[in-house]
Design a protein around this ligand. Sequence first.
Ligand code: ZN
Length: 92
Amino acid sequence: MSGGSVTLACQMLSCMAVKDLELEVVMITQCCVCRKIRKGTQWDASKPEELLGHDISHGYCPVCALNALAEIYATAPTKLPSQAETARASVA
Ligand SMILES: [Zn+2]
């Protein structure tokens, strides 16, 4: 994995985080892995009563996002299949 692709992925995650902030007024953002919820710029453990009556948007906290990206990079193919390989796969 190159440093450039990690930087790009982090920039994409920051962009998504900014969009989540816009929703924060009406919606709680909760990590889909560790279940922490975002409080301003912090992620803290959630208590069940904090979630009552709120709509919940699920995403990744920064720690779980990095773990998820690492897993994606570790399992992604080193190169994309060619069009010919893709066509053969769809026929089979
Ligand atoms: Zn998390």
